[in-house]
Design a protein around this ligand. Structure first.
Ligand code: ADP
Ligand code: MG
Length: 646
């Protein structure tokens, strides 16, 4: 067994258990060892039975004098035991665990951890955790509590992790002592330095694999180097219906420079919602076309693919360049695509063959897995690749996470944009807000967090229920309903109607988050806004404010309003992400899904200093990688697993 072995190589872990573990992100032995406790329980102090008091949570070691199954008054099974040590004895009970009388036998030495209560007149240890024998894992120490899932308890995890840690000896450069200290610390102080060391290792691995990617990328030589005919491109830009922003211009320059070098471009374009990434992509595609190469533009959803298709068509048609659309249910279906210059599509595009792809553009890149991105790249012969994202990642963090990519950032919004006026609206002002919407005579988005009412989210207005309610509130307006469970065709229709102005209000789950561009809509309402991260709210808000009209964003919420109020004064996704980072910690800033950042096991996005430290170290190690066999094998493994989007 080594660290990269699949988890099923461990004794007692079959395919069913492996499935459960996968829910925790545990696929290999390595993953198991890097399943980090989120808190600890101090069970190190052993109490004498005679000393313990009701209300205390205690660890005792004793002998089982007797144990039996009994019934409660309500005819439920109850297990009763008496346990003694030198100082005295105590009653112990469990509820409805009949198997216990087979596990625990009179005469056994047992360690128990639990709460002492009065049960009737007697001091009783109620439902304690137990461990038999002298080689204790779960008792008599500081005990780790892990993120759990159904069928995988902390106790189960401890029992698996403990023996591996004791057999590991030399795992240099990975510090085995830190792993021991984070799982089974002698004192709580040890956990913090262990965490830092492990975080550093994790970042180092990430940074090294990025550097290796980058190296191999830079070694790739193109068989056909693009020439960039600047006059024609300038002409193209001059014919756009608007002038490019400063940072659009700068980015275009960076891309054109990349395109004319002998190795393929691998660039990430980061830009806030509405910063105008699409047109930058179009210019790159035009440059590819001038070199007789096809461009593939990959969009995460059909809605977006359609939208890009329309946009590009209108921009590029005047130049006599044909644009094709390929989605799951597109009519355009050929074995091999030889004609059009630009193809816009969803992942359906990845199963097609093309004639001469020279440029691949991936929009909202985090929505695609590494495998999909690699497949996209295989559609051409070392094609140039431009990925685009609206996820606000601070520059230093982006450079670490995507160290293999060159980075361009759109820092300014197209001129003439008016900041979206934003208010947090408490419940008692809801009707007034509705009246205000009626008076606005504009198109409105209403976003509800989830489609069905679910038990744990009772307070959340389900979009469907909300839709019915809103239809009564706005009897004179036409409403559309958009959610993830609709068929692609139905979604298209709903969006189409809204875009064409045939409906006034689009009630939706957060599916609108991804890129929809409907400039006539100027009001965005977000229900239960406290459920969203600020960066996510900002993305949603970015659906409006796309024209020269004043737009508005109303955040309905009764709680967490101080945090939400940051939305009223801040209009940069990056700033908002950083505010949330401070207020709520890194786990929450980007919402629960779709943030596109790798899920760290130990490190955090707040570790700026550590990130910088590691960058320097990685650069030093890289030339000497031969000397670190384990590091190399981990890198190998990381390459196979690659960080998947969440
Ligand atoms: P995103 O970066 O979110 O993908 P888009 O590319 O969809 O943004 O652009 C948002 C809107 O801004 C589009 O309607 C687009 O036509 C418009 N736009 C882009 N660049 C400019 C510009 N320089 N001046 C004015 N409008 C622009
Ligand atoms: Mg976009």
């Amino acid at each position: 067994m080594d660290l990269s072995s699949p988890i099923t190589t461990l004794p007692g872990i079959g395919s069913i258990m492996a499935k459960k573990l996968e829910k925790l992100g545990i696929k290999s032995v390595f993953d198991l060892l890097y399943h980090i406790p989120f808190r600890y329980e101090d069970r190190s102090k052993i109490s004498s039975i005679s000393q313990i008091q009701p209300g205390e949570t205690v660890t005792i070691i004793g002998k089982i004098e007797s144990i039996k199954n009994d019934f409660t008054k309500g005819r439920k099974f109850i297990q009763k035991a008496i346990v003694s040590d030198d100082s005295g004895s105590i009653d112990v009970i469990w509820f409805n665990q009949t198997y216990l009388t087979r596990t625990l036998k009179a005469g056994d030495s047992v360690t128990l951890y639990g709460k002492v209560e009065f049960f009737g007149p007697k001091k009783t240890l109620v439902s304690p955790e137990y461990e038999i024998g002298n080689n204790l894992i779960h008792m008599g120490r500081i005990v780790p509590i892990y993120p759990e899932t159904a069928g995988v308890s902390s106790k189960w995890l401890r029992a698996k992790i403990f023996p591996i840690l004791t057999t590991l000896t030399d795992f240099s450069p990975f510090d085995i002592q830190s792993l021991k200290n984070i799982h089974f610390p002698q004192s709580l102080d040890q956990t913090e330095s262990a965490r830092r060391r492990l975080a550093k290792d994790e970042l180092l691995l990430l940074q090294l694999s990025a550097l290796i990617h980058r190296q191999s990328w830079q070694k790739t030589r193109l068989s056909h180097i693009f020439s960039v005919p600047y006059p024609q491109i300038r002409q193209f830009i001059a014919n756009l219906p608007f002038t490019l922003t400063l940072s659009q211009n700068k980015t275009v320059d960076e891309i054109l420079t990349d395109l004319s070098t002998p190795n393929p471009m691998n660039r990430l374009l980061e830009g806030d919602v509405g910063s105008g990434k699409t047109i930058v992509a179009a210019i790159a595609a035009y440059a590819a076309h001038l070199n007789n190469f096809q461009t593939l533009i990959l969009a995460p959803t059909q809605i977006l693919a359609h939208q890009h298709y329309q946009t590009l068509k209108s921009l590029i048609d005047p130049f006599g360049i044909s644009v094709g659309l390929i989605t799951g249910n597109s009519k355009l279906d050929a074995k091999r695509y030889t004609l059009d210059a630009i193809f816009v599509g969803t992942h359906a595009l990845l199963s097609k063959k093309f004639d001469s792809v020279g440029l691949i553009i991936i929009d909202e890149q985090h929505r695609f897995g590494v495998a999909q991105r690699a497949l996209a790249a295989s559609k051409g012969e070392s094609p140039h690749i431009l990925t685009m994202t609206a996820t606000p990642i601070p520059r230093t963090v982006a450079l670490t996470l995507y160290g293999d990519l060159d980075l361009s950032v759109l820092t300014d919004l197209p001129s003439g944009r008016i900041p979206v006026k934003t208010w947090v609206i408490p419940e008692h002002k809801r009707s007034a807000a509705y009246e205000w919407i009626k008076s606005q005579k504009t198109q409105t988005f209403i976003v509800c967090p989830f489609i069905e009412e679910s038990e744990t989210l009772k307070s959340v207005k389900a979009a469907s229920a909300e839709f019915a309610k809103l239809a009564q509130i706005f009897p004179h307006l036409k409403l559309g309903l958009l959610h993830g469970k609709l068929k692609a065709k139905e979604k298209e229709e709903v969006i189409h109607k809204f875009r064409a102005g045939e409906s006034d209000i689009l009630v939706s789950t957060p599916v609108v988050e991804v890129g929809i561009d409907i400039p006539d809509a100027t009001v965005m309402i977000i229900e239960a806004a406290e459920r969203f991260g600020l960066a996510q709210l900002h993305q949603l808000r970015g659906r409006v404010g796309r024209s020269d009209q004043q737009s508005y964003c109303l955040l309905f919420s009764n709680s967490d309003t101080d945090r939400l109020k940051a939305m009223e004064t801040h209009h940069s996704g990056l700033e908002l992400a950083e505010i949330d980072l401070k207020l709520r910690g890194p786990g929450n800033i980007y919402g629960t899904t779709q943030h596109g950042l790798p899920r760290f096991k130990v490190a955090s996005y707040q570790d700026f200093d550590l990130i910088n430290e590691v960058k320097a170290e990685a650069a030093k190690i890289l030339p000497d990688l031969k000397k670190y066999p384990l590091l190399r094998s981990l890198l190998q493994e990381a390459k196979m697993q690659e960080v998947q989007p969440n």
